[in-house]
Design a binder for this molecule. Structure first.
Ligand code: DOR
Ligand code: ZN
Length: 375
């Protein structure tokens, strides 16, 4: 067979569409105000539910604030799109155990532990989890997951080691103190985290982002300094990326997708002191399809993106579906946000997969022509 025939043969054998149980995003930042109205449609059109991070200014520390925030998010969901924001509380040194009980009664799904100073808007976080032992005990009793940004903040710890050091010095003792507290180690980035979660029991899970699956730390310096690839925890070396990919595609149900899509205005990223955070809500599921396909693991995507998170949180899996179509598209450079704009990750690049929407042309080879909205 000629090389060109071989390529034609291979292309003809690639699946043209991929229909999944509608995925969820188990970790996303949608901010507030104008930014919220810009970004919520991207998440809501793709994902059935999303766990909403509470690091606003001021942070979402009470049940009332979380409920009000959920209403603002819902107001930004496009007509005809079904979407459920799963709200979280921001833990401070002053969060009382009673707040956990109120939150659970109001349907808030989890609470987030930001080590003070670890990342964007984390200054109201906790310098030592032992400060909130009664609150953690209330969470354990309620079975409410603790979501952790797992990095130490000590300046003498190298930034590339902060996650591994956190696991040894903070997470391990925390888990010994609260062995039945469900914990999600968020946006893991290292082989040490993969191994630690793999060896743990059912109470410990981890989210993995699309960008940590697709990129290693070289992306930060490709031809120059790339602020739009800068996030926390920072991208790590290739061996860590491969460990994450192995975890995401390997069938352990305690690894699931959390985009950590974290929008900042482009001017705040392209600055002397760039904010941490990659905006991926409009490209993440498409990026996932690309990287799973490159690992010959497209058939594992549904468990990672659509099943494992719901199972861990004790929620029903979604009953509707999302269809991805093999149709190369170029990611836009700019997403207007008032007079400013957001620059998404992969801007200007071509992705192989795109989301099929209800009003797109019919899908010749998909029986139901399914789409992301329940109608
Ligand atoms: O890169 C990040 N950006 N990591 C975080 O943990 C927070 C996020 C944000 O809120 O911008
Ligand atoms: Zn985050």
């Amino acid at each position: 067979m000629e090389v060109s025939d071989k390529i034609l043969y291979m292309t003809a054998n690639l699946p043209p569409t991929l229909t999944l149980t509608r995925p969820d995003d188990w970790h996303v930042h949608v901010r507030d105000g104008l930014m919220l109205t810009t970004v919520v449609p991207h998440t809501a059109e793709r994902f059935g539910r999303a766990v909403i991070m509470p690091n606003l200014r001021p942070p979402v520390t009470t049940t009332q604030a979380a409920t009000d925030y959920a209403a603002r998010i819902m107001a930004a969901v496009p007509d005809g799109v079904q979407f459920v924001p799963l709200m979280t509380l921001y833990l401070t040194a002053h969060t009382p155990p009673d707040e956990v009980r109120r939150a659970q009664a109001a349907g808030i799904v989890a609470a987030k532990f930001y080590p003070a100073g670890a990342t964007t808007h984390s200054d109201a976080g906790i310098s030592d989890w032992r400060q909130i032992t009664p609150t953690l005990a209330a969470m354990q009793k309620a079975g409410m997951p603790l979501l952790i940004h797992g990095e130490v903040t000590a300046v003498d710890v190298d930034i590339f080691d902060r996650e591994a050091v956190f696991i040894d010095t903070e997470l391990a003792p925390l888990r010994r103190a609260f062995p039945a507290l469900p914990i999600v180690l968020e946006h893991i980035t290292t082989r040490q985290a993969v191994q630690y979660v793999q060896e743990a029991d059912w109470f410990l899970a981890a989210t993995i982002t699309a960008h940590h699956l697709l990129y290693n730390r070289n992306a930060l310096f490709a031809g120059g300094l790339r602020p739009h690839c800068y996030c926390l925890p920072v991208l790590k070396r290739e061996s860590h990326r491969l460990a994450l990919l192995q975890a995401a595609t390997g069938g352990c149900a305690r690894f699931f997708f959390g985009s950590d899509s974290a929008p900042h205005l482009a001017k705040q990223k392209e600055s002397d002191c760039a904010c941490a955070g990659c905006y991926t809500a409009n490209v993440a599921i498409e990026m996932l399809a690309q990287v799973f396909e490159s690992a010959n693991a497209l058939h594992k995507l549904e468990a990672f993106a659509s099943w494992n998170g719901a199972d861990f949180y004790g929620l029903e899996r979604n009953t509707d579906t999302l269809t991805l179509q093999r149709a190369p598209w170029t990611v836009p450079d700019h997403l207007p946000c008032g007079p400013d704009h957001i620059r998404p990750l992969c801007a200007g690049q071509t992705l192989d997969w795109r989301v099929h929407r209800p009003l797109d042309e019919p899908l010749a080879q998909t029986p139901s022509g399914l789409c992301c909205a329940k109608v």
